[in-house]
Design a protein around this ligand. Sequence first.
Ligand code: FNR
Length: 341
Amino acid sequence: MTSKELDYRNKLIMAPMVRVGTLPMRLLALEFGADLVYTEELIDYKLMKCKKVFNKVLNTVDFVDESEGDNVVFRTCEKEKEKVILQIGTADAGRALKAAKLVEDHVSGIDVNMGCPKEFSVKGGMGAALAANMDNAKKILTTLVNGLSIPVSCKIRIRKTVEETIQHVKELESTGIKAIGIHGRNRDERPQNKPHPEVIKAVVESDIKIPIICNGGSKDFIEKYQDINQFKELCGASSIMIARAAEWNVSILRKEGMLPIMDVIKMYLKLAVDYDSVATNTKYCVQNMLRELQDSVMGKKFLEAQLMEQICDVFDMKDYCKQKQLEYQKKEMEIRLEKKK
Ligand code: FNR
């Protein structure tokens, strides 16, 4: 049923990252030069029970879980609409379609996580468990491809051998998906193990026709922008997705060169304030950017901060945060009054 197209070739992509790939980080990645950005993995049953709300204060579209105190499960805006791919965690074709249908008009593509080896995913039949259940994996993808007007892709890990990996990709390709992301580690390998770009290369050089997005180079291969191309070449792929290197300093995606982390944190915080992100999520992301700087005096002050205003204060942005929060409160009041008229 796909009617909208998305070119997955020659793309620099921010990979899906739970808790990291929320709206402020996605917008910053796009500002720095990402062509496409993935959301964090959103679990189908969580997403499908959300209510779609047009947030007039922020100019965003929010998918809100009313049963959990109006928790925003997914927030997006017009700025990223043509470039955002929502990743679903699922073990059930019906649920996956229901969740994807809810967001279909607001994202450019749907990706299915078929690589996550974490216990939470695998126990629920999601992520890497789908590699061992090809019938279900294909059913999920076929259902999405047939039921959605936007392209569908999936993200996997390599298998134990090159031959198995190629066969695996071939089967997934047969469902009509438009691209496949391949993390060059198998399900038993941890992030600290060296990835296998040569396996991804063998897939690219096989008779698979859909674009392959290579992944897994952050720690061992990618320290600066130029390294991105080198890893891509090792994998023979035209598109690449980056996770940890972007988590640590998202300006790695910047062609003109990486920016100092303190500048990046400030840019990130501005977006987090502008899009009213929750403090716990913001803190988590900043913490991953600070890394060893957490041991400094500034870092210790940061670790104690809990409220958005306190986090911003550490980076001399308290006034900006307060001013924006007041602006939003005022706007909210005006909207409420308007509604009453
Ligand atoms: C991840 N990864 C991941 N993968 C996925 O398919 N869905 C997800 O939600 C997440 N979440 C996530 C969170 C964090 C904090 C990290 C570091 C990683 C895996 C990620 O997308 C990628 O496949 C690996 O990190 C390997 O790529 P890099 O880090 O070498 O570029």
